[in-house]
Write a protein that binds this ligand. Structure first.
Ligand SMILES: [Zn+2]
Length: 230
């Protein structure tokens, strides 16, 4: 993917989040890594009018390398960069305050279920990392405890962050987390969700985790290979 194609894809993902009710006009941000640099959505720009030219280019310390006049990177930029630092395999980060997932974060509850087959096979348990003030380094202090084997985390009192070695996949995790949270909420309104048979549940969780860890390790290996000078 070229630089321009990646920037177009970032904007397309942001607009898709907006259309799907995962972000409001001014909140949520998406970033991607490209050749040792990063592109991130600008702060305080409506998703409706965002274009690839509006994305901000930054380095790994958060210094702005390129920005259109008057635009600034999201205030949550350092949180994105911490994910890239901790996980060299990650190529894209999606952060939003999608309503159902964020409701779990507000209650300090992980998104987990012993009833849903798909979530145990794909996302696994989505943990909650401790609260930190947005825009400060305290927001990501709990990341290192859980980031190694997960693809999504809830930020206490705040929202959701997902990440992957591919932008489309990072978006898919965010969409899946929101849908899972919504379904669990509805199921609990209707009645008492029925657990899967214990042995089957354990098998699904183990299989799902091994697939996630395998993918992470494969991408980490590729990232190391790319970063080693020849
Ligand atoms: Zn946020």
């Amino acid at each position: 993917m070229t630089e321009n194609q990646l920037k177009e894809k970032i904007v397309e993902v942001v607009k898709r989040e907006y259309r799907n009710g995962m972000v409001n006009m001014f909140e949520g941000n998406v970033s991607a890594r490209f050749d040792g640099r990063y592109f991130i959505t600008p702060s305080q720009v409506s998703k409706e009018i965002m274009t690839p030219e509006m994305l901000i280019e930054i380095d790994e310390s958060g210094n702005v390398l390129k920005a259109p006049d008057g635009l600034k990177p999201s205030t949550e930029v350092m949180m994105h960069l911490e994910v890239y630092r901790l996980r060299p395999d990650v190529q894209a980060v999606v952060h939003n305050h999608s309503p159902y997932a964020t409701a779990y974060a507000l209650c300090g509850l992980p998104i987990e279920s012993d009833c849903m087959t798909e979530m145990n096979l794909t996302l696994g348990r989505i943990p909650v990392v401790p609260y930190g003030t947005p825009g400060t380094d305290r927001i990501y202090q709990g990341f290192s405890d859980v980031i190694g084997s997960h693809c999504a985390m809830l930020l206490a009192n705040h929202g959701l962050i997902t990440f992957a070695d591919d932008l489309e996949l990072a978006y898919s995790y965010a969409e899946a987390a929101e849908k899972v949270a919504q379904t669990l909420f509805i199921a609990h309104q209707i009645g008492s969700p029925v657990s899967l048979p214990q042995q089957e549940l354990e098998h699904m969780r183990a299989y799902g985790e091994s697939k996630r860890v395998q993918r992470i390790n494969r991408a980490l290996e590729q990232a190391r290979h790319i970063s080693v000078p020849v």
